[in-house]
Design a protein around this ligand. Structure first.
Ligand code: 6PG
Length: 241
């Protein structure tokens, strides 16, 4: 049993191609001049980011007015192997014409609390909204992954970040899965302040969390809402086909 609005595709490349279409569509339908996309970390999205940075998709995106945010990151230097900034930089590569001022990275300086505070202020400044209203869409697209424990972004089961309802971000001193470094995560209201949320889930390792979600378990990924539409792109291996 799959989540609602789920599409099963043959393999990770097909998931990436379909996700790219979602992103192009989000850009085409964005009501504001600036398009705001929130990137997910980990390994699943690498194929998508590489696809976006090269023709033909590269030529279908409005790079000058397309702004990139991170749904979470590890509180490590940007050149650290576990940094999502590094993962995205390597996946997009130097072909992606991202203006530096359009890339909104989580600055790890000062530790998780300071980093979360700083990133929350950056989001508030960009959107002109002190705290996110889950009913008011601000991101045009939020990309999310699914952890094997059912976490998404860095909203891990049993952490205080799950309860934050009045801030853009939260520190996560003790994540539930490796890498066991402090994280900064967007909160549920921040993720909800979106026109579209797109989960990318590939690989047999995700059958277990998908099964638990289908059984109605109250996992963090199950708590994600959106002012717009939540969709899932799942490959055959994860769907258990
Ligand atoms: C992170 C991600 C995280 C990720 C899931 C799935 O910083 O780790 O944002 O939420 O999406 O853990 O990770 P994989 O794509 O590596 O399976």
């Amino acid at each position: 049993v799959l989540p609602p609005n789920a599409e099963t595709l043959a393999d990770p490349a097909a998931v990436a191609a379909r996700a790219a279409e979602h992103l192009v569509s989000a850009c085409e339908t964005a009501p504001a001049e600036r398009v705001a996309v929130c990137l997910s970390g980990g390994s699943t999205p690498k194929l998508l980011y590489a696809l976006l940075a090269r023709p033909p998709l590269r030529d279908r995106l409005p790079w000058g007015r397309l702004h990139w945010f991170f749904g979470d990151d590890r509180v490590v230097p940007w050149d650290d192997p576990s940094s999502n900034v590094r993962m995205a930089a390597e996946a997009f590569g130097t072909d992606a014409p991202i203006p530096p001022e359009n890339l909104h990275r989580i600055d790890p300086a000062g530790g998780a609390e300071a980093a979360a505070e700083r990133y929350g202020a950056a989001l508030a400044g960009f959107f002109g909204v002190a705290r996110p209203d889950p009913a008011t869409p601000l991101f045009d697209l939020v990309l999310l992954g699914l952890g094997e424990d059912g976490h998404t972004a860095s909203l891990f089961p049993g952490t205080a970040a799950l309860a934050v309802s009045d801030a853009w971000t939260a520190p996560v001193p003790k994540p539930g899965l490796a890498p066991f470094v402090p994280r900064v995560t967007l909160t549920f209201p921040a993720l909800a302040a979106s026109r579209a949320v797109l989960f990318l889930v590939t690989g047999a390792g995700k059958r277990a969390p998908l099964t638990r979600l289908a059984a109605g378990e109250d996992l963090p990924a199950a708590r994600v809402t959106s002012a717009g539409r939540i969709s899932w792109l799942i490959d055959a291996a994860a769907a258990g086909a």
